[in-house]
Write a protein that binds this ligand. Structure first.
Ligand code: ATP
Ligand code: ATP
Ligand code: MG
Ligand code: MG
Length: 878
């Protein structure tokens, strides 16, 4: 077997609208192409031995063991690889269930599709599955050690990609509410929502968290001073910078027991509490000094440690934090008990699991000593032995939920304190003997205010009720169900995508909103170009959706991007499908026009149920997408008598129709005329029928988004097929004695569309400069030649500079074949170099003629035309 390609999908895609995270592996079975599993000696046995848990895969028989039954009876290796890849991820703790395997048009080559949770783990599992299966084919087995390593590697990848428990909690809550999220490219920044309605978080800090509040909270001494000044109970203490001042400081706080800590530490680092004599104080000073220059000396307050979480001015959870400890069983030593406790799968390293493994430090030994213990002691059953003085989860502590126990006065105090510090999300560390009584009655203190507090102890306490604190954060960021989204209108089709996208963006601009749009020529926001290039894939969509100024996204969505990685958003409000025609066939395992239609149908299907699929009723493959989408359907048609549309509007549906020279919106009994086609410059005086169709689609997409008829009309009337607005789309130039038209038509359907306009050029000769991208099929070039012979009086056949792997001259030969098949007497010549071909056509153009140029480079063609001197661009020919 040989892996030819592995692709990672991240959005609605050809294989599934709902499952966005898929790996697509193109797999050549090579010598296994003709050999089902039952014909490979020992394969079934080897597979069951290596992965007995495959028993759990139902597969088509629909019962336990169903898949293994298929292996026994004989199934193709691609299918087995699919199940193995899923199982490997499953064994590493990633629950995935979706898989598909399809043979491509090339015999022996399969597409294996598997779900993933983590991209890298998904790709790894695909490769490992091939390795595993190949090993069983070759040797009858897959070494156990290798499988174990695979699973460890997969777990590593999974762990490394984890965003941390607090972030994960917020993301999960966002997903539950249908709020889209994206990880930005740096600093673990997470974007929630799209465009102008987005919010950001970084762990539990939000875009609303103020820098002043954070800096104040990070400065423990300053925090204490501000709080003391407002009458809040804080530990009595002082700050020193020199060892010589220690003695005096201890006196100042009232003598032992005391606490020594670095002034800007965290996670309990460098802190020693409950210091009872000078020797301990000296050691504690040294250890704090390793973290910070300034040292805090405080009175020690006995009591339990509590974390009070305040979000948006309200206490949302309270947890008691219990320092790392073990409980004696009367048999094991403390060392053994620690090891046993650390076996808990919930305990991980650092912050990446619910709890953290217990690790001992200097203070641990001191603490044990005080309890009269060593690591070798065997504590009696039920006794608690503390191993850390501070209760931070990150040093192995655990948590008990106390949300329902906190006294109302303490709630009031906590909320007030957080307001004083100025944080939207804060965690208060409170030491008190009893949180259910007011602090002032029991001599409790607020030790610290934390910005970016961890959520672990609240969402997964070791004891008590988990609290949905992430919900409170989302409520704050998106109050009153405020939308996190912006309207997304996505446009696909074989021809006319860019034109329609630009027109729709232009129409939408009439509402005064900031429109972000992507096209084959570039990405735009408002009036400005953000980035030029073929920007019709998911990455460009992200540029728009991540932009905080964009209010509406209009996205040209081409087949290449959908195929490569799925669409760049989860769901659109409007999905427009213009047409489906033969183009790009044979690329990316899309070999038939039906497959192409299924691919484009993703745009119609990835639409919210209350959104609209805007479909071309005149193209039966597009009209049929109505059956597949869950969204509302709106049709556009050039034919006022189309039966499908008539029925649709009678049942209350909405449509855009070209009738009696007008572009109109039709619904039920009423027809609302938007404008006469001949008043819409894009339609070239109503003569370019395909442009009328594009304009209908754009108008309808705007209409279903509540853009008014007046705004649509204004947009249609001011949008011109000019070089500046639509370079390469029907750009007509007046060169005095003759005209030149530059257009991007590059497949039979667009040639035909263009031809219908060119044939209307009756004043003079029609000269064509034609050619197409080298990666098209041979027959496409022949068709191109045939159509050219029907459109033009004289043809110059040229080739692209970039032949895309074709030998020079072969595309031109195919085109001329087509020309002569249709009209053996047609006048034509081959001039392979595009610049020479264009110049030659312009040189020879007789009076009143029309030179139609279908260039590789639109810019170059336009430049060559402009070099001819007095040229005016005509946006509406007479
Ligand atoms: P984190 O930011 O992770 O909460 P930290 O390193 O910032 O920890 P503090 O919160 O100041 O440190 O102290 C850690 C713990 O030590 C407190 O939660 C509390 O249990 C204990 N502690 C600190 N100061 C005192 C004090 N004056 N009296 C009693 N206990 C204290
Ligand atoms: P690409 O796949 O290159 O991005 P596109 O779908 O974005 O193309 P446009 O750039 O808008 O299409 O138009 C390219 C050419 O296709 C036009 O210049 C015109 O010749 C032709 N065309 C435009 N609209 C239609 C249509 N509705 N039907 C057929 N042909 C069309
Ligand atoms: Mg603290
Ligand atoms: Mg385009």
């Amino acid at each position: 077997m040989r892996i030819l390609k592995i692709q990672t999908l991240r959005g609605p895609n050809y294989w599934s609208i709902r499952r966005h995270k898929l790996i697509v592996m193109r797999l050549d079975l090579e010598n296994l192409a003709e050999t089902p599993s039952n014909q490979i000696p020992g394969f079934y046995e080897g597979l069951v031995e290596a992965l007995p848990s495959l028993e759990g895969h139902y597969c088509s028989p629909g019962c336990r063991g169903g898949f293994l039954m298929r292996v026994k009876e004989g199934t193709m290796m691609g299918h087995i690889v699919e199940h193995v890849a899923l199982e490997l991820q499953e064994l590493a703790g990633m629950h995935v269930g979706f898989g598909r395997t399809r043979e491509t048009a090339t015999p022996g080559i399969f597409q294996v599709v598997i779900e993933y949770l983590n991209e890298e783990a998904g790709r790894y599992s695909a490769r490992a599955a091939v390795r595993l299966c190949q090993s069983i084919v070759d040797r009858g087995r897959y070494p156990k050690a290798e499988l174990e390593q695979d699973i460890l590697d997969l777990q590593d990848l999974w762990r490394e990609s984890s965003l941390g428990p607090s972030t994960e909690a917020i993301i999960k809550e966002a997903e539950k509410r249908g709020i889209p999220w994206t990880q930005l490219s740096a600093r673990f920044l997470i974007q929630l929502g799209y465009g102008v309605n987005q919010k950001r978080i970084q762990a539990t800090m939000t875009g609303n968290t103020g820098i002043l509040g954070v800096e104040l909270a990070c400065d423990k001494e300053a925090t204490k001073r501000i709080l003391a000044a407002s009458g809040a109970p804080v530990p009595k203490g002082t700050v020193i910078n020199f060892f010589d001042d220690l003695e005096e400081a201890i006196e100042y706080v009232g003598g032992y027991p005391i606490v020594i800590k670095p002034s800007d530490g965290n996670h309990g680092r460098g802190i020693t509490i409950d210091i009872r004599d000078w020797d301990e104080a000296e050691a504690a000073y040294e250890s704090a000094r390793l973290i910070s220059r300034s040292i805090i000396v405080e009175r020690y307050y006995p009591g339990r440690d509590h974390r009070v979480l305040v979000v948006d001015g309200k206490v949302v959870a309270v947890a008691e934090r219990v320092p790392a400890h073990v409980v004696g069983d009367g048999r094991s030593t403390i060392a053994q008990l620690i090891e046993e406790t650390n076996q808990d799968p919930n305990r991980g390293e650092g912050h990446d699991n619910i709890l953290t493994k217990i690790e001992l430090d200097r203070s641990s030994y001191q603490l044990l000593e005080r309890q009269g213990l060593t690591l070798k002691s065997v504590p009696p059953k039920g006794t608690i032995c503390y191993l850390r003085a501070t209760a931070n989860l990150s040093t192995g502590g655990s948590a008990i939920d106390r949300t329902d126990e906190i006294h109302p006065e303490n709630v009031w105090l906590a909320q007030r304190v957080v307001k004083i510090i100025g944080l939207d999300v804060a965690g208060l560390d409170i030491v008190t003997t009893d949180i259910s009584r007011p602090l002032r009655e029991v001599d409790g203190v607020i030790v610290e205010v934390n910005a970016a507090p961890g959520f672990r102890m609240h969402v997964a306490p070791s004891q008590g009720i988990p609290r949905n604190v992430a919900g409170a954060v989302i409520d704050m960021l998106f109050p009153h169900e405020q939308s996190s989204r912006i309207p997304i209108l996505s446009i696909t089709g074989t021809n006319g995508k860019t034109t329609t996208t630009r027109l729709l963006a232009h129409i939408y601009k009439q509402t005064g909103k900031v429109i972000g749009y992507t096209t084959t020529d570039g990405t735009y926001i408002g009036e400005y170009l953000v980035e030029s290039g073929d920007n019709t894939g998911p990455q460009s969509a992200h540029v728009i959706l991540e932009d905080p100024t964009v209010e509406v996204a209009v996205l040209e969505t081409a087949r290449g991007g959908i195929l490569r990685s799925g669409v760049g958003f989860d769901m659109a409000n409007v999905g427009v499908v213009l047409n489906v025609a033969a183009d790009h066939l044979g690329i990316g395992d899309i070999d038939t026009i039906e497959q192409l239609a299924n691919l484009k149908s993703v745009v119609a299907e990835a639409v919210f149920p209350d959104g609209y699929a805007v479909l071309n009723a005149d193209d039966h493959r597009v009209a049929a997408m109505a059956q597949k989408t869950k969204a509302n359907v709106a049709y556009f048609t050039m034919n006022p008598d189309a039966e499908l549309v008539r029925q649709h509007v009678q049942q209350g549906g909405v449509a855009a129709v070209y009738e009696n020279g007008y572009l109109s919106i039709v619904k039920g009994d009423w027809t609302h005329r938007i404008e006469r086609a001949e008043n819409i410059p894009l339609t070239m005086g109503g003569r370019a029928g395909f442009m009328i169709a594009n304009a209908l689609a754009a108008s309808l997409a705007a209409f279903v988004q509540d853009v008014t008829i007046e705004q649509i009309r204004a947009g249609l009337k001011t949008f011109r097929a000019s070089v500046s607005q639509t370079p390469g789309r029907m750009n007509l130039f007046n060169l005095g004695k003759y005209h030149a038209l530059v257009d991007y038509a590059h497949n039979p359907a667009s040639y035909e569309a263009l031809g219908s306009f060119v044939r209307n050029w009756t004043t003079g000769e029609r000269i064509g400069v034609v050619g197409g991208p080298g990666d098209r099929r041979d027959e496409d070039f022949v068709t191109l030649g045939k159509l050219s012979a029907e459109i033009f009086d004289y043809i110059i056949v040229k080739e692209d500079d970039d032949t895309r792997g074709r030998s020079r001259g072969s595309a031109a030969e195919l085109i001329t074949n087509g020309i002569t098949q249709v009209n053996p007497n047609c006048r034509y010549e081959s001039v392979l170099d595009e610049t020479t071909a264009i110049n030659q056509a312009l040189d020879m153009a007789p009076d009143n003629s029309l030179v139609v140029i279908l260039p590789e480079s639109v810019n170059r063609a336009i430049k060559l035309i402009k070099l001819r001197g007095l040229v005016t661009e005509e946006v509406q020919p007479q």
